[in-house]
Design a protein around this ligand. Sequence first.
Ligand SMILES: Cc1cc2nc3c(=O)[nH]c(=O)nc-3n(C[C@H](O)[C@H](O)[C@H](O)COP(=O)(O)OP(=O)(O)OC[C@H]3O[C@@H](n4cnc5c(N)ncnc54)[C@H](O)[C@@H]3O)c2cc1C
Length: 568
Amino acid sequence: MTESVKNTAAKGKEMLVSTGQTAVAGVNTMSTSAADALNITRQQGSLPSTVSSPPTLDADVIVLGAGISGLAAAAELVKRGNRVLVLEARDRIGGRIDSRIIASEESGKAFRVDMGASFVHGKYDNPIYDMTRELGMTIHYTSPEGEIRILDADGPMDENLANRLGFNVSHTFFDASRTYAQEHNPASSDSLASYVFAGNSPLFDGLDEMIEQGGSSNNASNKNSCWKAKALGRSFSGWTGAALEDVALKWWGFERDTIGPDGMVTGGKYHQVVDHLAGLVSREKKKGEIRLGEKVESVEWCSDEEYVAVKTRSSAGDECSGPTWVHTASRVICTLPLGVLQRDPPKFKPSLPPRKQRSIRSLGYGLLSKIAVRYEKAWWKESDKTTSFFILPREDHVEETMPPCLPEQKAALAPQGVMVQNFVTIDGSAQLVMFLGADYGHAMESAKQEECVEWAHDLFVRYLSPDSVESGTIPKPLGAIASSWSTDPYSLNSYTYIPSAVDVEDGLPVTPLDIADFAVPTWNGALGFAGEHTHQDRYASVHGAYESGIREGKRVGIALEMSRRGEE
Ligand SMILES: Cc1cc2nc3c(=O)[nH]c(=O)nc-3n(C[C@H](O)[C@H](O)[C@H](O)COP(=O)(O)OP(=O)(O)OC[C@H]3O[C@@H](n4cnc5c(N)ncnc54)[C@H](O)[C@@H]3O)c2cc1C
């Protein structure tokens, strides 16, 4: 009935297509050795798609989705002695943790890149940081000297101005706006943009004086520094996943954060974290199983018989054909991403309670996109010094940083700076990774792969080595990949945010309680939810998703232990 994942891993190119991330060169997603070690199965043939009632249950608990939250929940339940079945639509585990291997057809060389999560946010009170230590993973922390460099098409920016802009933008986003939200209790309809781009925003502090006081004033690059500050500010839509006009100021920074600096996983190896958890799930062969390639179509609670039936269909076929299966368990934990619950949910029977439906409908789910470009050698200036470049367009040529396919009405939101990470300083690889949020991300992801890569390469050359534009001496990339999170049917965007909008049905503001509500199980405890969108304090993150999985694993584990002991 099943074939080992070794065969699945061997179909690297097919997996690439099915996961919606297309590489210019060949791609594989999971190391064969890692897959070998795991009890992961891919289905062939079909099982009956009806259930005789009451059935012999396939597992104590079924977990929907093998992202980090699903694997964490499953590992917790297996540790507590339960039989767990994890059902995953993709041909790989990890979900929005997606470590790609990109092979250059021309050179035959391969490289790795994390197309989903790459940062570990905070060192303390962060279980993911602890896990990376346990697994011996290398995390890069940027030194204070190597932080950011602003690249301006108008020419080299005066160092004082660049420092001032860099300070202003990070202070405005991470400190001042949060303090303002706490102290002034803005209306729920006020957006982050209404604070960040207001005339008296700390984003513009000291900029006019710097120009007026001479020194910098003769430098063409320093003209219109407020305009540049705005462009830089807009690049933070990559952080929020949404235009700053759409994010609620009231709840910005409301959450309980981790402590300490952010670090980056080096070498494109974030997958080690999910491989580790999958290993814990399948450590005891008869306890935990992860089944790939099964898209969940319906989840039905048979309350009389006290079990839940989950119907799946092979994700390799189309929606009407292909084998189907029915799996049964006494409890289900749903970790499907918010985007999937919003736009292509399984059929829940009975339907979800109105409060849960409101959370699904009203929370925001934004987009962060990436383009990774790898070269034989680093050719850009300051390749060994600067970790992040911010590319700013010229005021009269805002189209310079606009991705292909940006619709005209969205271009009105321009200008937007673009953040690029220089991996030479992170792990020594000659790789540049561009981050594009919200509209810029959507525009990029609706273009063809080749078009995106060409656009990114041209932009890098124009800003990182302008002298070489004419001579054409910069070598072509070895390999490259652009993300497609917005169209990938199993993510349908990147992560959750709290919008400044009201709910379309009840007209009431969206609040963190809409996230908290996800943590409340339904169907008399038989259906629970985990995933980044269910963690009020740590949504949109790997550590939040992980903690939510542990939370649900514990809740269900305790409930099962109680029922085995005959307790209420
Ligand atoms: C580009 C990008 C960059 C990011 N950067 C960072 C970062 O640097 N640091 C950080 O902390 N966080 C980051 N995040 C967020 C982080 O990756 C996510 O919050 C986290 O991985 C979500 O885990 P999850 O388990 O909730 O969901 P997922 O990982 O999405 O898992 C859900 C699983 O459900 C499966 N699924 C979906 N539909 C079905 C179906 N119908 N049937 C069966 N299975 C289904 C999916 O395939 C998936 O495997 C980033 C996200 C993105 C997209």
